[in-house]
Design a binder for this molecule. Sequence first.
Ligand code: PMV
Length: 305
Amino acid sequence: MSDRTLGFGGGKVILVGEHAVVHGQPAIAAGVRRGVRARATLGPRDRLSIEPWGVRVEPNAAASEPLARAFDRALAFQGQRPPLEVHAEVELPPGAGLGCSAALGVAVIDAVDRYLGVRRERADLAELALSWERVFHGAPSGIDNTAAAVGGLLRFQRGSSVQVVRSRAPFYVVVAHSGESSETKVMVEAVAERCRTEPVESGRALEQIGHLVDQAEAAIRDGDLNTLGRTLDGNHRVLRTFGLSTPKVENLCEAARRAGALGAKVTGAGGGGCVIALAQDADHAIRVRDTLPVDAFVEELGHAA
Ligand code: PMV
């Protein structure tokens, strides 16, 4: 990033392991190029504006508006400072599984740091952004804010340090938006409720996801796209048993597989949102993208950072 005053938080896709990661299993996330850019300037008072949403908030710890509370937390990390206007440009759809709120939190904190000349490691920025994320998502695993701050291909597990996943070669996913949005907090709570009412089956299902994460990691390392695709399909089947898919998501996964995708799944909280489909190569990814009847983009993953 050439402009040193511009804060950035990246979007992400979860390749394997969402929801299970909340319950202690590992997951693999990949940062995407789209994200949130934010800039802080001297203002008459503290204010956050977010485009293209047309949202303006002032920090307020007691507000009913979550953004006002989150902004208050973001500013609380700084010591003595002048009033700041933070302007954020969001390139991610909200409530679609791409980590929009975490990217916004990281970008805002980063922008304020940059204005004040505070130097912070990206991993520390991720930690601070968790406090922002909690306003929206209750008790998030921490994968979104980590991916938003650090980017790249990551293996994340609660209580362990985050690890970079090495890939033999770049690979390509198509990210397609079902057009439906959901609230992560609600979806996470639905899975937690299932874990309470059906602890044995749910526990087994979450462990199965953990095994799929290990298989996916090995497949990425070995450049074995067929196996990686099968782990995506397998993960999607388990997520479906938790009620996290929708007819639109199913249709998109099916359409991608019909177009030759090696695997496809819902990504993030589910209940709508985005689907990822693993393509055979870069050209194939473009063909898959073009066959899907919704907004979709191609992302190259596993490239050297
Ligand atoms: O839909 P998103 O981008 O908020 O991702 C949520 C990921 C979950 O695993 C469902 C929740 C979490 O905190 O890890």
